[in-house]
Design a protein around this ligand. Structure first.
Ligand code: GLA
Length: 390
């Protein structure tokens, strides 16, 4: 099903539940990240791409601050007010609406119907795509004129406040700002965003969901954020210049001050400082269409996330190793926060079928469960359509 089908479904659901047509339909994609793992909250460089899986939201404005939402994905509804505390997926809806209402200082109530096909819990940013689609729908329905960048910033705030994960800006920025057929080079310090052509004639995207999501995902993530902060404080003491984040540190600084850092902090800092350089090199390689060099940086990114940052797990490593055995694979690495979720691989066009068979068989025998394999196209970010019948 493409987003047009989801749009039709969500419009029909809306009419069914609320007895009226929606005024707008917004869609926002999930994402993969090619290189730049766990560097967004260290002011680093990331190289993500939006995928052709979407959260689609139909909306009609209300003037009484009430939010009624129905998710076909979850087959659940919520009826709340801006500012209410609710749980689960509804928290993303109400949390995003509340941040938006605060930012524009007006009530942004609405009736909403939500559908979509971003795999959940797979490290592909289904939550960011939900936030961005909700914000885009409310922006369109109330004619707020916020623009994609402001929407991305507000959705990032919603994620950190609602979920309590100290995540970086990558997911919401990608879902809101991506251009079709382009990856994004995001400088998470300056928040400058550049589009880099994806060269889909030279490579395709395969994503393997391991179907494991470890409990560590949230707590372990926040631990890593804290360790990076500790490394910054330690290096700020010993370097002869101001260190505000690991962006201000080079891999050579880390080597020179290895004794000033406890062993895990040294490894964490080494990952972040080398990964930022890999992401910069990867963006340059992609811009030149040099998929071989890009692929080498992708493999190296996984090794560093596994050994120095220690956010991989046995299931992710099995999949990356299985890709490594195959011809026609430029590179593969884990995506997302870690300890489960998905692996992204860059493969030669036409090579996906044989590679998929090999990876599925290896995973089945090593992990004892099935993985899900997806072939994605690189998509554009948030799009909002006003419906004439609305
Ligand atoms: C999660 C977070 C992102 C980013 C990645 C790791 O997806 O939401 O902000 O930190 O992990 O690169």
């Amino acid at each position: 099903m493409g987003y047009r089908d989801h749009q039709q479904e969500v419009t029909a659901t809306f009419a069914d539940r609320y007895g009226e047509h929606p005024a707008v339909v917004a869609r926002a994609p999930g994402r993969v990240n090619l290189v730049g793992g766990h560097v967004d909250y260290n002011d680093g460089i990331v190289l993500p791409a939006a995928i052709d899986r979407w959260t689609v939201v139909a909306a009609r404005p209300r003037s009484d601050g009430r939010l009624r939402a129905h998710s076909t994905h979850m087959d659940e509804s919520v009826d709340a007010r801006i500012g209410d505390e609710v749980d689960g997926w509804a928290a993303y809806v109400v949390g995003t609406a509340t941040l938006l209402a605060d930012a524009v200082d007006e009530s942004v109530g609405a009736d909403l119907a939500i559908d979509g096909d971003v795999p959940l819990g797979a490290g592909l940013s289904s939550s960011a795509s939900l936030e961005v689609a909700i914000a885009g729908a409310l922006d369109g329905a109330h004619d707020l004129g916020l623009g994609e960048r402001r929407i991305a910033e507000l959705c990032w705030e919603a994620e950190t406040e609602v979920v309590g994960v100290d995540c970086g800006i990558m997911d919401q920025f990608t879902s809101a700002l991506a251009h079709p057929d382009h990856a994004l080079r995001i400088d998470c310090r300056s928040r400058e965003v550049d589009s880099v052509p994806f060269v889909s004639e030279a490579m395709g995207l395969l994503v393997v969901d391991t179907n494991v999501s470890h409990d560590l995902a949230d707590s372990g993530y926040n631990d890593r954020v804290r360790e990076c902060d500790e490394a910054v404080a330690a290096l700020d003491e010993v370097l002869d210049r101001r260190v505000r984040s690991l962006r201000d540190v080079t891999p050579a600084d880390v080597d020179a001050h290895i004794d000033d850092l406890t062993p895990p902090l040294a490894r964490r800092a080494r990952h972040v400082t080398t990964e930022i350089r890999r992401a910069e090199a990867a963006a340059d390689a992609l811009a030149r269409g040099d998929v071989k060099t890009l692929g080498e940086l992708v493999w190296a990114s996984h090794r560093s996330l596994r050994d120095d940052f220690e956010v991989s797990c046995a299931e992710l490593d099995v999949v990356v190793d299985a890709f490594h055995d195959c011809d026609g694979v430029y590179g593969a690495r884990m995506v997302g926060g870690g300890w489960g979720g998905s692996v992204v691989a860059l493969v030669q066009p036409g090579g996906a079928e044989a590679v998929t068979e090999h990876v599925e068989a290896r995973y089945r025998s090593a992990a004892g469960i099935e993985c899900d394999v997806y072939e994605f196209d690189v998509a554009g970010g948030l799009a909002v359509e006003t419906l004439t019948s609305g």
